[in-house]
Design a protein around this ligand. Structure first.
Ligand code: SF4
Ligand code: SF4
Length: 183
């Protein structure tokens, strides 16, 4: 039986070929659009993940606004912000739009989502790697928070990672029940 082959794991390596990236996004989007019942659990879990990210956003923002605004070596470069297949699945399970760049990207350039005012997309749509990268200075600043607030943040973050894994497991399990000819 022929199975879907467009979805891999790990980093998406199509930033230098935006047309192919668009095809990949369209393919994954079609899966959710055509089979909402099959992927219901993944979609439900993606909304739970989003809610946790919304909950921890003010905590992270409090410390990034202090630290990143003074940073002389901003880490938001294309090479650091590449979405992974897991991010793509999560964003499309949420039925949100994936932020497609309008041109091929070069690694060493500032991230295509970076503006004068910081990142132009909400935290819950950013690549996971952006949401869990805390440089030394940022981490030091965060550790000055009241212990309870830090503990809550840490617990929520770990729970979000757990749910993300559940969401992906559910997605791949549902995917394995489909055939290419179903599309
Ligand atoms: S996370 Fe660290 S390296 Fe990145 S912009 Fe903020 S302060 Fe700079
Ligand atoms: S997606 Fe946003 S947070 Fe991540 S590197 Fe780009 S501008 Fe920075």
């Amino acid at each position: 039986m022929e199975r879907f082959s467009l979805i891999n794991r790990g980093e998406i390596l199509l930033w230098n070929n935006i047309d192919e990236l668009k095809k990949l996004i369209k393919g994954v989007d079609l899966i959710f659009r055509k089979f909402p019942e099959v992927f219901e659990e993944s979609m439900l879990l993606s909304r739970e993940i989003k809610n946790i990210l919304l909950k921890i956003d003010p905590f992270i923002e409090l410390y990034t606004s202090k630290t990143c605004s003074k940073c002389l070596n901003i880490c938001c470069l294309n090479k650091n912000s590449r979405y992974e297949y897991d991010d793509l699945i999560y964003i499309l399970a949420l039925r949100e739009e994936f932020p497609i760049p309008d041109r091929n990207l070069k690694d060493r350039e500032p991230c295509y989502l970076l503006t004068d005012k910081g990142c132009r997309i909400p935290r819950y749509l950013r690549p996971l790697r952006c949401n869990w990268y805390f440089c030394k200075d940022l981490l030091k600043e965060m550790e000055t928070s009241p212990p309870r607030a830090f503990r809550d943040f840490s617990n929520n973050f770990n729970h979000m990672l757990y749910l993300r894994q559940q969401m992906l497991n559910s997605f791949f399990q549902s995917l394995s029940s489909l055939k290419v000819t179903d599309l």
